[in-house]
Ligand binder design. Structure first.
Ligand code: ADP
Ligand code: SF4
Length: 692
């Protein structure tokens, strides 16, 4: 197939200072959870995007000096010449595919922790940012920078830029955004200086301007200098001559940098999930930039639709289509558009599981792309997979995300695949969960897979086919894969936080009951000790149906785990806006006669009662694995039926996120013909100094 001419504009080269991006697809800097500690993993995770057609591939934030240390969060660094080779590995990998490699040089100022280096934090005026950011509190205040500090600060940028050039980078960033380093000078409330670096906007912009000039002089002949700038906060500050100070900063520096990368000042807002914002949500904060500069402008917006990308360029919003999440979900997105296969794009669902990977300090994982993070250590490619034996056949029972991914990948490997699903619809839990408020995009997990499966002549799908163990035996396949999912339980917690059997009686429900259409009586108490999206999504759903809803949770926040994927604050706001009651840090101990008893989790053990017409327990899930257990209990029966392998995958193996189910299905398909499923994995190892 060939490219739709409508999308030609996306494949135009873009000149960025002394270098030329081969097209408009631009992987903006974003953390991968690898840092310098996992150079091979990192290089492979970036390389796959270059191979997939992204014209520019950047690093994540890269510290220029030990006075900007972000551990335990995984960041990369260019502190000395020894660090160059880690980056060169990635640059060479990106260059192999004709893409440009960029590095996001970063100094956090007071917006980091220096927990490992124990150096004092520095900032424009000693005003700290982030020290009260729950979860990553560092308790450290910052020291105002004196003139020597400012000279050092400029020199560190130049030294790091020279190292970046030695590593082979084509684009080198200055990070003046998101409350880091130079950005703290730009903000009037962070900068109270009375010298030439404070006061007027011109003075506050001086340091950023100097660093751009220094770096241009040092490496600008061969490397493009990009300026990453957060616009939203200064957009709210009226300018002297223009609408806002953001307008004034851009027009003051206008053509000085070779590229403007414009973004939000808050990572939470920038990575807002699909539950809260749609594609292109950053437009209000970046659409004003292009008229103020002749340099190319890049910005993000969770773009997965090529038509929306074209619109961004044609309407003069962006020159380069920035992407982090869409490039994680589908590293081959540009190639698919180029080859007229845009229908095969594995669209990001906006769930932010990738963000949680970074907070977990592990290589980011993705709900849609199970190969993300496994490129090097397991040798997984997002598009290619080793062919299997076309003479062998597999029966997959259950067509949720695990079964669908397993069927798709086994189909791609060329096995004869039969997929049996009890209900009339493929998709399993995704069918139900994508009906929750804000989660419609989650149906993409199903749609991407069913669409491809439909085109595979070697995959047969049977709907309305609940299989018993005898059915599986009678079918007589080489490989039987059980993907029958999990069910929500009525378990509650003891007051010591151990799960126990829940209450018996009427008006007690689980999420499965709600999805099955149970009519439940107001007022509703949702007892949530699952801590992810389900409790707050159901609260929203029921509230919008007009019911009085209170969430009771043992945690210190509603959907407390979502601190990890950046949804926490937006969920809280949504709960407040909808008038949903919130009781934090309490166990539920009794439910009877229209009332629920709650006990504080703390030593005071105070008890309160609230009205409760229906109790909805969002706690734990149990694998629906009876079929698997029956088959697994009788190996002779399997041998007699000619079944060589029996696997249990997804929620049926271990209830978890959709990302876990997709990964599990994919892993099964990759390894189904190996006797040992724990296939060897390569691990990164620290390099020991020969002569310390
Ligand atoms: P996962 O997330 O692991 O893919 P889901 O719960 O989403 O799990 O999907 C499990 C699917 O398995 C559901 O669509 C369910 O209807 C189906 N299923 C459960 N038991 C059987 C069975 N005995 N035969 C066929 N399909 C089944
Ligand atoms: Fe998109 Fe979710 Fe994948 Fe992140 S984890 S890239 S949000 S699909």
């Amino acid at each position: 197939m060939s490219r739709n001419p409508r999308y030609d504009i996306l494949f135009e080269p873009v000149t960025i200072g002394p270098v030329v991006a081969p097209n408009r697809f631009y992987c903006t800097p974003h953390a991968l959870g690898t840092g310098n500690q996992m150079p091979h993993t990192r290089a492979a995770m970036r390389e796959v995007r270059a191979e997939g057609g992204w014209g520019v591939v950047n690093t994540g934030y890269c510290s220029i000096h030990p006075s900007s240390d972000d551990l335990p969060l995984p960041y990369c660094k260019l502190w000395d010449d020894e660090d160059i080779k880690v980056h060169a590995l990635m640059v060479d990998a990106v260059h192999r595919h004709g893409a440009l490699a960029g590095v996001e040089l970063w100094h956090g100022g007071s917006g980091t922790g220096n927990r490992m280096t124990r150096m004092p934090l520095v900032s424009a005026s000693g005003i700290s940012y982030d020290s009260s950011y729950p979860g990553w509190m560092n308790l450290a205040q910052s020291r105002p920078m004196d003139k020597k500090d400012i000279r050092d600060f400029r020199r560190w940028h130049v030294d790091a830029a020279k190292r970046a050039k030695s590593a082979g980078f084509d684009i080198i960033y200055i990070y003046a955004g998101m409350n880091f380093g130079p950005y703290q000078f730009l903000l009037p409330w962070m900068n109270r200086r009375t010298d030439e670096y404070g006061g007027s906007l011109e003075n506050r912009t001086r340091l950023t301007c100097e660093i751009v000039e220094d770096m241009k002089e040092a490496v600008g002949q061969t490397c493009a200098i990009a300026l990453r700038f957060s616009t939203d906060e200064l957009l709210k500050v009226p300018g002297e001559t223009m609408e806002s100070e953001a307008h004034e900063v851009i027009s003051m520096l206008s053509d000085l940098p070779d590229l403007w990368d414009v973004k939000s000042s808050s990572w939470v807002r920038e990575t807002s999930s699909a539950r809260f914002t749609g594609q292109g949500a950053q437009e209000p904060i970046n659409s004003f930039v292009k008229p103020l500069t002749s340099r190319p402008v890049v910005g993000v917006g969770r773009f997965t639709s090529p038509d929306e990308m074209v619109s961004q360029v044609k309407r003069g919003i962006l020159d380069l289509i920035g992407a982090a999440r869409p490039s994680i979900a589908d590293p081959f997105l540009p190639k698919k558009i180029d080859e007229g296969r845009e229908g095969e794009i594995r669209e990001c669902i906006g769930c932010n599981i990738c963000v949680s990977g970074y907070h977990d300090c592990v290589p980011v994982r993705c709900t849609q792309n199970p190969t993300m993070g496994e490129e090097w250590r397991r040798g997984w490619h997002p598009e290619r997979i080793a062919p299997g034996d076309p003479e062998s056949n597999a029966l997959i029972v259950g067509a949720g995300p695990a079964g669908l991914e397993c069927a798709r990948a086994l189909g791609q490997r060329g096995l004869a695949v039969t997929l049996a699903e009890a209900s009339e619809e493929l998709g399993g839990r995704v069918n139900r969960e994508s009906t929750l408020p804000g989660l419609a995009t989650w149906a993409r997990v199903r749609d991407y897979r069913t669409q491809l499966i439909q085109t595979m002549a070697n995959v047969d799908v049977y709907r309305g086919s609940p299989l018993s163990a005898q059915d599986v035996i009678d079918f007589g396949c080489d490989h039987a894969v059980i993907a029958t999912g999990a069910l929500w339980t009525r378990q509650i917690l003891t007051t010591e936080a151990y799960p126990i059997t829940g209450f018996e009686g009427d008006n007690i429900y689980t999420p499965d009951d709600i999805f099955a259409g149970a009519e439940i009586e107001s007022p509703v108490v949702i007892y949530d000790f699952n801590h992810y999206y389900m409790g707050s999504c159901l609260a929203e759903l029921l509230r919008k149906q007009g019911k009085d809803v209170t969430i009771v949770t043992t945690a210190n926040a509603v959907s407390a785990w979502t601190f990890m994927n950046n949804e926490l604050a937006e969920i809280r706001v949504r709960m407040i806006e909808l008038g949903i009651g919130i009781v934090l840090e309490h166990y539920l101990t009794e439910f009877s006669n229209g009332s629920a008893k709650l006990m504080s989790i703390y030593r005071d053990r105070t008890v309160q009662s609230i009205d409760c017409g229906s109790l909805l327990i969002v706690g734990s899930r149990k694998a629906d694995d009876d079929l698997y257990q029956e088959l697994n209990s009788d190996p002779d029966r399997l041998v007699d039926a000619g079944i060589k392998s029996l696997r249990c995958i997804g929620d049926c193996q271990l209830p978890g996120t959709i990302a876990h189910a997709v990964y599990s299905g994919h892993e099964c398909a990759r390894t189904i013909d190996t006797s040992d499923t724990a296939v060897p994995i390569r691990w990164e190892r620290p390099e020991l100094l020969i002569n310390p």
